[in-house]
Design a binder for this molecule. Structure first.
Ligand SMILES: [Zn+2]
Length: 254
């Protein structure tokens, strides 16, 4: 092992892996301090000695040793140690779907050499929440995960002020599907769908905490409306349909 020039990087979360050639893996890592870091793990699939049993897979937090790239190749992953298995050893299908979705969103937003601690911590929170959230709260968890993602990427509109007149939204608010923000009772007079201030507050804190239970007090109507709006915003951010969103959609429909 030529580990002389390797540096330790921790914590990192594995975003995805791609098999290359006979036995190598390319591993996409997310770090709070260096953003996305891709590395090649040579012989990762043939030798279990270097990377442990199944260590290089999504949903785990690792400490890794990385040696710099040579001649335009990828940096070389030289070793990895497990810090936390964020999703746990035996997730349900629903938990796996939500965790895959959060990881794909993080991959989309993460950039090489761009520190984004908020994105990293949101992903860890989303994976930990996926591991403990019961199936009955799965739909609310997805909303909380999406709201958190929109918060850390700065894509959630101002929930506290009317987008038209700038006054604080302290009572009911209207959230039109295609507008840049919410409207107050004066500016959105005549609108049919309204959210209570408590619904908006719940969305905000559920997103911050990645906690589906905080959305339990919402009426089915308010929940549907909020779900639709955050879904639209995430869709705009993603540009293309996410692979993991298809499984999630079927799951939520069932
Ligand atoms: Zn207004």
């Amino acid at each position: 092992m030529s580990g002389t020039a390797a540096t330790l990087l921790a914590p990192v979360v594995v975003l995805r892996t791609q098999a290359v050639g006979e036995s190598d893996l390319i591993v996409w890592l997310l770090s709070p301090t260096v953003g996305r870091r891709d590395a090649a793990a040579r012989a990762a699939r043939s030798s279990r000695k270097r990377f442990g049993s199944g260590l290089l897979r999504p949903f785990v937090q690792l400490e890794v040793a990385i040696a710099p790239a040579r001649k335009g190749g990828l940096p070389q992953l030289q070793g990895a140690t497990l810090q936390r298995d964020l999703l746990g050893p035996a997730p349900t299908y629903a938990q796996l779907c939500v965790a895959s979705y959060a990881t794909e969103l993080a991959s989309l937003a993460a950039q090489p050499d761009h520190a984004d601690a908020a994105l990293f911590h949101w992903l860890c929170a989303a994976l930990l929440a996926s591991a403990v959230t019961p199936e009955a709260l799965c739909r609310r968890l997805v909303i909380a995960v999406q709201a958190g993602f929109l918060q850390v990427t700065g894509l959630l509109p101002d929930l506290w002020r009317c987008a038209r007149c700038g006054k604080p939204l302290d009572g009911m608010a209207h959230w039109p599907p295609d507008a840049m923000g919410l409207g107050c009772q004066t500016c959105a007079e005549g609108a049919r769908e309204w959210l209570a201030a408590s619904d908006i507050q719940a969305l905000w804190i559920a997103g911050q905490a990645c906690d589906a239970a905080l959305l339990q007090g919402l009426t089915p109507t308010a929940l549907s409306l909020i779900s639709d709006r955050v879904q639209r915003l995430v869709g705009q951010a993603a540009h293309a349909p996410l692979r993991s969103a298809l499984a999630l959609r079927d799951l939520l429909r069932a």
